[in-house]
Design a protein around this ligand. Structure first.
Ligand code: CU
Length: 129
């Protein structure tokens, strides 16, 4: 076994352990409904999604046809949910470990927007109706 593969295995193990720690406890308290994380202010719709050990809420419901911004909040997020990809708007970024990322979604048509971590393990969806 060469040095590179040892390093890769070590990193993979560290990430795995981190996910178990950060992801495990939060799953139970995750909100299923999403009325509280969507608000319209001055004609702009804001959808808030928390990123830490996955995304919550996992499914949000919002209105189509309104200028919309997605706010992704991190708070001591050391797992890969900070590495966010939203393909439909061409967004891909490693977010700050703690902070707020505001992503302009334009004026969404009805349909579903998908967010993913870059490894594809965590996801969330916003249904626009
Ligand atoms: Cu991931």
């Amino acid at each position: 076994m060469n040095k590179t593969s040892l390093i890769i295995i070590t990193i993979a193990l560290a990430i795995g352990i981190g996910i178990i720690f950060l992801g495990g406890s939060k799953n139970d308290t995750r909100t299923v409904g999403s009325a509280q994380n969507v608000e319209i202010k001055d004609g702009i719709q804001y959808i808030t999604v928390n990123a830490k050990g996955g995304y919550s809420p996992k499914v949000s419901t919002a209105k189509a046809g309104i200028p919309t911004k997605l706010i992704v909040k991190t708070n001591g997020t050391y797992d890969c949910s900070a590495s966010l990809v939203i393909r439909s708007v061409g967004f891909q970024k490693i977010l700050a470990q703690t902070g707020e990322e505001i992503i302009d979604l334009g004026t969404p048509q009805s349909g579903t927007l998908q967010g993913l971590c870059s490894m594809g393990m965590y996801n969330f969806a916003v249904n626009f109706n």
